[in-house]
Design a protein around this ligand. Structure first.
Ligand code: NI
Ligand code: MN
Length: 230
């Protein structure tokens, strides 16, 4: 069993009934988030795709509070470590096995820095193949459409695909539908829309582009969950 809960933007909580993890845990300053990072009884792992504030979010504080390692691209992991987080650095193509999940780091076509007073380089952005609760998920991270998604699909055959659809900073609806065609998942969960005014405000256009594909579109409202059984 794998239960996936949407916290707004690209922030998702994963629960297999015994263990829990967060991906791109942006709570503070997220205009859509209803949950807080302190709401959980435990967090075992935190996955972060890149250094942008809307993804790194509260990862460092969450790592400290729950003693949960942050899995991130090497430079971003070092950035978090310097701020006191537990880290498990990785790089693209690598895989880490945990007792409750496996995490593989995939490419993403995007940028990555943490912009505060200056901009700090935080490595190359990534996506993740996550195996947990008997399910395999491809969480693309912020990315453009790219042809090697076909290669990822050939190697991993993910059942659930989670991808940005909002345009401007990532794929928009039409390209995202092509990404779904490339990967061929059973379920599709859209993200990275409606948070900012410049992004697409709803998944309607994405849904219409998906029409002729067999994938089931799973639109989660903020705070909503979907349980994938088995
Ligand atoms: Ni970004
Ligand atoms: Mn983003």
């Amino acid at each position: 069993m794998l239960k996936i809960t949407f916290n707004g933007h690209s922030n998702f909580h994963f629960d297999d009934g015994a263990r829990q993890l967060l991906i791109d845990p942006w709570f503070g300053g997220n205009p859509k988030a209803k949950a807080r990072p302190t709401d959980y009884d435990q967090i075992d792992l935190v996955l972060v795709t890149h250094g942008h504030r809307d993804h790194l979010g509260d990862a460092v504080e969450i790592s400290k509070k729950y003693q949960a390692p942050i899995v991130a691209p090497f430079e971003l992991a070092m950035y978090c470590q310097r701020r006191g987080a537990l880290v498990h650095p990785m790089n693209h193509g690598g895989e880490r096995r945990y007792d409750f999940c496996t995490v593989k780091m995939t490419n993403a076509v995007h940028s990555s820095s943490f912009v505060d007073k200056g901009a700090e380089y935080t490595g190359n952005p990534c996506g993740f193949i996550l195996e947990m609760g008997g399910r395999k998920v491809y969480y693309t991270g912020d990315t453009a459409l790219f042809g090697d998604m076909k290669l990822i699909a050939e190697m991993e055959s993910p059942e659930i695909m989670m991808l940005p659809i909002g345009s401007i900073y990532t794929m928009g609806a039409r390209d995202a539908a092509k990404a779904v065609e490339f990967v061929g998942p059973k379920y599709v969960i859209p993200m990275h829309y409606a948070t900012f005014e410049v992004l697409d405000q709803n998944p309607d256009s994405f849904a219409s582009h998906l029409k002729n594909l067999p994938a089931e579109l799973v639109v989660l409202g903020v705070g909503e969950s979907r349980e994938f059984g088995g």
